[in-house]
Each structure stands twice: as C-alpha cells, then as structure tokens.
Design a protein around this ligand. Structure first.
Ligand code: MN3
Length: 247
C-alpha cells in the first residue's frame, strides 16, 4: 500500500510538472512540432523573443508571422530532413561547424542550414524600437574601420541594396579579428567555406522580398533604412565579444 501511494504521488508530481511545462511552452512551438524534432537547439526553431506586432511600424505583424511560421519554419524542417538523409548526427555536430564544411553537402543542406542559421540569428538581433546605438569596444572598432556609425550604416546599406535578387547583408568578424561588410546570395552566410568573405557574422539583414514586400513592395531601400530602428546592439556587441575572444 505504501509503495502504491508513493507511486501515485510520484505519478502526480511528474504529470503535474509535465502539465506546467506544456502550459508554459510558447504557442509557436506547439503548433510546429516538425520544427522541433531535432535534439540540439542549434538545429531547431526557437520561439520568437517578442510578439509578431512588436516590431511595428517598421516590420508589420503579418510579415513577421508569415516569415517566422512559414519561411523560417520550412528551413528548419528541411534542415532536419537533410540531416537525416545525409547522416549528420545533430547531437554531436554544431550548426556552425556544418556551415564551415557546407561544400561537402547537398544544395538542399546548404540552402536550409544557411536559411535556418540566418533566421534564428535575425530574430535575435532585432528588438522593438526605440533605436539604440553600439557602445564600448564594438563602437570603437566600427569607428576605426568605417569612420563612424553613419558611414558603417551607409556601407552596410549599400551591400544590402546591391545584392541582386535574394540574399543577406552582413557585418562580420574576419579571421584576423577585423570587421568587414559583405553580402551573400540566397541563404549563404560568411560561416560557409564557399563564402567570398569568410568570418563570424555578428549582424545580418534579410533582403529577400518575403522579409519586406507586404509593407515596402519594391522599396528595399526604405526597408533597410527603417530596419536600423530595430537593431539590438547589445546582442551584436555580445556576438562581437565572443567572436574576438575565439580568434
Ligand atoms: Mn527570410
């Protein structure tokens, strides 16, 4: 009898915890089980750090919802499929090391590993307005490399505007620790061994039409200018610190 009642208490404790865990799960993960089937968080879609409306008026709620639940979720799902097909052990491989060796894999892996990495970073490097500015060593390095924050934004904006078709603009830390601006086509990024300019991305802007067309239509430059109001410079600063520490 004692054992039975202990078992019952343990059962209740366990299911009680499970109930709480389920209740506190973000709604988005609940409706997209496919995106979370992989063990390592690097490989699965994480919850958005804010609501779909949080970035308005610069990025509208419908764009955010479609971008996150359709486009980005599909990259995560296709990445999972590619990892199974190409025998990548996701419990034992980091996404960045996969990207470093992407030339050894299929175009499907390249497009979706890049797409997943890029979007996971993109959600985090934005935050609701008001706009902030970089500080500390990152601010110093931006001034040293580009002249000023405005000059950096101009160079980055040019890279974003000049990218023909779909792609990304980047601020990255190169192997020698210096900063550079680049752009990549499609879902490529500077971590890939096939990238023209290689390094660790610390800021990236999605210039695929799906990222801005509902609100800005053909006016990509207006989207780029508005986006500076959303950059989470604390996140970029942290990425920078980690990147230069690892050099
Ligand atoms: Mn996108």
């Amino acid at each position: 009898m004692k054992n039975q009642s202990q078992n019952r208490r343990q059962f209740l404790a366990k299911t009680g915890k499970a109930g709480i865990a389920l209740a506190s799960m973000p709604l988005l993960t609940k409706i997209m089980p496919d995106a979370t089937i992989l063990g390592s968080s690097d490989f699965s879609q994480q919850a958005l750090p804010y609501s779909y409306t949080a970035l308005e008026p610069y990025i509208d709620a419908m764009t955010m919802e479609i971008h996150y639940t359709k486009h980005a979720a599909t990259y995560a799902k296709n990445l999972a499929d590619a990892c199974v097909a190409e025998k990548v052990d996701t419990s034992n491989t980091s996404l960045s090391s996969l990207l470093n060796n992407i030339s050894k894999y299929s175009p499907k892996m390249r497009n979706n590993a890049g797409g997943h990495f890029n979007h996971e970073m993109f959600w985090q490097l934005m935050k609701p307005a008001p706009a902030t500015t970089p500080s500390g060593v990152l601010a110093e390095q931006i001034n040293k490399t580009f002249g000023s924050l405005t000059d950096f934004q101009k160079a980055f904006g040019e890279a974003a505007k000049a990218r023909f078709g779909s792609g990304w603009a980047w601020l990255l830390v190169k192997a020698d620790g210096s900063l550079a601006v680049s752009s990549t086509p499609n879902q490529d990024n500077p971590l890939m061994d096939i990238a023209e300019v290689k390094g660790t991305p610390i800021l990236g802007l999605d210039v695929w039409e799906h990222a801005y067309y509902l609100k800005y239509q053909n006016k990509r430059p207006d989207y780029i200018n508005a986006w500076w109001n959303l950059v989470n410079w604390d996140f970029v600063q942290n990425k920078y610190q980690v990147a230069i520490t690892q050099k």
